[in-house]
Design a protein around this ligand. Structure first.
Ligand code: UDP
Length: 240
């Protein structure tokens, strides 16, 4: 097997990766497609952790604006949504023959393990994909922060952030036709310009712990494997 550029990878997938474009909930075809894309990464022989968002079901901040509940409760609801997505991912991956474990930051012991760092590393060493659910377990942040935190904790070589665009642009590519894709950009540039890559605190944590971040398009088939293999896909964010 060729030398791997990244041996231990944290892959962040937004909840909307599991639903059809413009839809919500979990779409059977999208779930299977993501499962097959992930299988392409697992087949490389890397140690893989997944962090799944919950935005296809609930985003705490949005929900609290729409209905009369305390924002903090809405964030916990968002975290629980990520557990639902993690279970869906686990089921599809196992149906494809990939052994997995779900570890949740909020104890839900009927359906998954609690997050235990050493145990997560042991699973990786045994060739299991570890799916981190319930974000950080704390309200007012997002699963991007969870991805940065877990990547730092388990000593990941890279954090791959799957998005619906090709990477980091000079402006929003969905509204500005002049927007240009950055192939390589520094943490400082992202932080100073407040570029919408991931939560600011998540980016700062990656910088502090020297975790390179690669932003790539989830909707392009084969992209996930290519980026995990170290091909020049999307935008690399590092010390520059
Ligand atoms: N959330 C939280 N703490 C965390 C992670 C997530 O409170 O550590 C809540 C937050 O309300 C967030 C929701 O869970 O909006 C869903 O996560 P996220 O927005 O990251 O999902 P994505 O947009 O990636 O699908």
């Amino acid at each position: 097997m060729a030398e791997l550029k990244y041996k231990r990878i944290v892959l962040k997938i937004s909840g909307e990766g599991l639903c059809a474009t413009g839809g919500d909930g979990i779409d059977a075809d999208e779930l299977r497609r993501i499962g097959e894309e992930i299988r392409g990464v697992v087949d490389l022989g890397v140690e893989l952790c997944l962090v799944i968002g919950g935005g296809n079901i609930i985003r705490g901040g949005d929900l609290a604006k729409r209905i009369a509940i305390e924002e903090v409760a809405a964030h916990y609801m968002g975290m629980l949504a990520t557990v639902i997505n993690a279970m869906a991912l686990q089921e599809i991956l196992e149906s494809l023959g990939i052994p997995t474990r779900v570890q949740s930051a909020i104890a839900i012991d009927r359906v998954c393990e609690p997050f235990v760092r050493r145990r997560a590393i042991r699973h990786l060493e045994k060739g299991r994909v570890v799916i981190f659910a319930a974000g950080t377990g704390n309200p007012f942040v997002t699963t991007d922060s969870c991805a940065a935190l877990r990547a730092s904790e388990i000593g990941a070589d890279v954090l791959l952030k799957a998005t619906k665009v090709d990477g980091v642009y000079t402006a929003d590519p969905e509204t500005d036709p002049e927007a240009v894709l950055h192939k390589h950009i520094g943490y400082d540039q992202v932080i100073d310009a407040r570029l919408q890559v991931m939560d600011l605190s998540a980016m700062v944590m990656c910088q502090q712990n020297r975790i390179p971040v690669i932003v790539f398009n989830l909707k392009k088939s084969g992209n996930m494997r290519a980026v995990a293999q170290g091909e020049e896909v999307g935008t690399l964010v590092d010390a520059g």
